[in-house]
Design a protein around this ligand. Sequence first.
Ligand code: LLP
Length: 428
Amino acid sequence: MDDFEIRDGEMFCEGVALTAIAAEVGTPVYVYSTASMRRQARALQEALSDLADPLIAYAVKANPNSAVIATFAAAGLGADVVSGGEYRRAIKAGVPADRIVFSGVGKTADEMRLALETGLFQFNVESFEEAEMLSAVAAEMGRIAPMGFRVNPDVAAGGHAKITTGSAENKFGIAISDAPAAYARAAALPGLKVQGVAVHIGSQLTDLQPLERAFTRVGELLAALRAAGHDITVADLGGGLGVSYDPSQPPPASPADYGAMVCRVTRDWNARLVFEPGRLMVGNAGVLLSRVIRVKPGATDPFVIVDAAMNDLMRPTLYDAWHNIEAVRPRGATQRSNVVGPVCETGDTFATGRDMDAVAPDDLVVFRTAGAYAAAMAGTYNTRALTPEVLVDGDRWALIRKRLEVEELIAGDLMPDWLAGCAAVAKG
Ligand code: LLP
């Protein structure tokens, strides 16, 4: 089921024509479907409905827009945050504090204080050194910090090297073999409630096997920790389930398959399970809407130069990621094309030798599957405005982040005294 489809010759997001959004907001612009987000949340909730009270904590990093977080909060999800900024966004968007998990390898004392002040479900602590800092901060505030250690199960998850996290050489978590000693030492620290164990092995995982291997190791650790006297009541299984980017490839495991595997592996755990899905919730709920500036001949195939660039959507240049590119008003023909942005780097390439809808200058195109890690990772390289975001819900739509205009970017620069004269001279 897809909420971006061609009707009467042009692409709609739910009940709204993308041409209408482009006409009013301009391009490039991210467009998200509320119906898609709700459906994904429901699919995972249903897949996990045999579990007793699971906590599905939406991984805010995938798409941190406040309206997106609020959409998931209204659907009953919590939030997985990795910075003080994400924590504040989650609270402000209406996520109850007791549904917030705080992950991340470099939490500062200030971030710990912020979360302890308002409360949270659990800190996922990534080293014994971090547990010591958390203990000191909590003790000084007279609070008890609920925590679990993130363990690294040393399972190769496959996928792109830049987003795999569960191999021994990655920076995340503590080695699972060191976990019993870390729990014993943490249990002796003041200010901590050592209640959980957490794992997350990578992202855009399409196959359940590495996840099952990791969860099985977590189950063994859980038993060992309880045998050693720790009262572990929470197991956080992280995120990572992939979505379909290229419809010509076999689809990734579904939420239902994932849920069935989780229920089977964790049947005897007797722990509250936490999940941290990001991409699965929003990946296919968004597109980047862009306009063709011009088409110029190439050595073999033409270059389609669009007004979106690597600063707006980094995934292709960073991870060689595939995003389907489709015309908003298909002309009924296809053309092998190279799709590039205006930024002055060869890496600013979205597709090479791609058979896709034929397009002409001024046509609108969409980059599909751009709801996750897309706007979230956008920047302003080449002094380009920061791309706005729009949320559609049925027949209505709203701007949920305004375009950060070039004038505003320039206004953020400050001129030191000793250059002020030169700038004035240059101006005058
Ligand atoms: N939990 C933790 C601790 C994580 O580090 C992540 C993602 C998630 C949950 C959510 O994972 P998901 O369900 O979205 O796979 N920028 C990259 C992806 C980086 C993922 C980082 N961590 C990309 O565009 O593919």
